[in-house]
Design a protein around this ligand. Structure first.
Ligand code: NAD
Ligand code: TYD
Length: 364
């Protein structure tokens, strides 16, 4: 039986991970530490049995020490972060505070409890990172491997790169038992509607513009969130201490393909279900028009990375990891989740979120 502390467990991937872990490890202890920033949502954990939720900050070193020691934690899974590239361009400070200082606070606490106290307790610090630390690829460059040199281009990816280096240093210098996973773009239920897929879905339902950065031909590898959670689980169970593993979705697609899939899928959903027109009267699909009519080219994101691609040979060979389903199937399920869970996203698209979207996406 393991005792897990999950940081950022009320965010998108963290909450999906908590659900995944509870479903597959009924007897394990699950403690979630989350500061409930704009991206954190206690409701993301609704219905998950036996989760001990602690509202607190990863930078609160004493709190983290007391949780690790007091609850007998043996596995720390670290998701908590500022995670949106656009926000890092507008305000990088929070990214340094949370992603760099926050990760270091956790590492110091883990060292203190697991190493300095001399219990000799087996432990694991799993750090969740991103493929964005490797920088941008040209169209014919080979995909990122774990040996690809770091070349982060945004304040977000630079802060994640710094945190990855700190994790590595705590293993090499102090012997902390760490693993790191670098994954590609996640999508799925409970994703905060600032990232491409949920933002465009909700804008489409409201008849708002779909803001396409630049030419829309940037390429990402799309990873269904539950595949990612399984990849993390496999890394914790089978990964070698001190190693990093790339986790991808096997779906390298230009943004425009994803956007066209969103538009066509929304149109098809309205054709299948006449009630959607009554629920979302402002959607073009409600009056038989194409959702694609909302596509709007806007000024490109500064420093926009052109292409990410994941070589997951190592995760496949060492962990037995492979994404389970293709993009089309998982995207259809994701769209259905957003249609079925309108109260969830209605609750999050208010206040600060509305200001952010109006400021950054509304006027361009
Ligand atoms: P998210 O923004 O949805 O959630 C982040 C969570 O961290 C929120 O619940 C927030 O309240 C919490 N948090 C933020 N600052 C905190 C602090 N100081 N103390 C405690 N909690 C704090 O992020 P996500 O998309 O779920 O990403 C999770 C992790 O995965 C991040 O480390 C991110 O860098 C990484 N990642 C995400 C993606 C993606 O596509 N979303 C891709 C690659 C890597
Ligand atoms: P995003 O979901 O922000 O993830 P990341 O920047 O981590 O890859 O963006 C995915 C891609 O979609 C990225 O190339 C930027 C682009 N994009 C748009 O074209 N318009 C938008 O409004 C957003 C949010 C993203």
């Amino acid at each position: 039986m393991s005792k897990l502390l999950v940081t950022g467990g009320a965010g998108f991937i963290g909450a999906n991970f908590v659900r995944h872990w509870r479903a597959h490890h009924a007897d394990d202890t699950l403690v979630v530490l989350d500061a409930l920033t704009y991206a954190g949502n206690r409701a993301n954990l609704d219905g998950v049995a036996d989760v001990d939720f602690v509202h607190g900050d990863i930078r609160d070193h004493d709190l983290v020490v007391s949780l690790l020691a007091g609850r007998g934690i043996d596995t720390l899974v670290h998701f908590a972060a500022e995670s949106h590239v656009d926000r890092s361009i507008h305000g990088p400070d929070a990214f340094i505070d949370t992603n760099v200082i926050g990760t270091h606070s956790l590492l110091k606490a883990a060292k203190k409890v697991w190493l300095d106290s001399g219990t000799g307790q087996p432990h694991r610090f799993h750090h969740v990172s991103t493929d964005e630390v490797y920088g941008s690829l040209g169209p014919h460059d080979p995909a990122f491997t774990e040996m690809t040199p770091y070349q982060p281009n945004s304040p977000y990816s630079a802060s994640k790169a710094a945190s990855d280096h700190l994790v590595r240093a705590y293993t090499h210098t102090y012997g902390l038992q760490t693993t790191t996973s670098n994954c590609s773009n996640n999508y799925g239920p409970h994703q905060f509607p600032e990232k491409l897929i949920p933002l465009f879905l909700i804008n489409a339902l409201h008849g708002r513009a779909l803001p396409i950065y630049g030419d829309g031909m940037q390429v990402r590898d799309w990873l269904y969130v539950d595949d990612h959670c399984r990849g993390i689980e496999l890394t914790i169970e089978k990964g070698r201490v001190g190693e990093t593993y790339n986790i991808g979705g096997g779906a390298e697609l230009p943004n425009m393909t994803v956007i066209d899939t969103i538009c066509q899928s929304v149109d098809a959903a309205f054709s299948r279900d006449p009630q959607l027109a009554a629920r979302f009267p402002d959607a073009p699909a409600a009056r038989g028009a194409a959702t694609a009519s909302l596509k709007t080219y806007v000024t490109d994101r500064p420093g926009h990375d052109r292409r990410y691609a994941i070589d997951e040979t190592k995760a496949r060979a060492e962990l037995g990891y492979q994404a389970a389903h293709g993009f089309e199937t998982r995207f259809a399920e994701t769209l259905q989740w957003y249609l079925d869970n309108e109260p969830w996203w209605r609750a999050v698209i208010s206040g600060e979120y509305r200001n952010w979207v109006d400021t950054n996406y509304g006027t361009r």
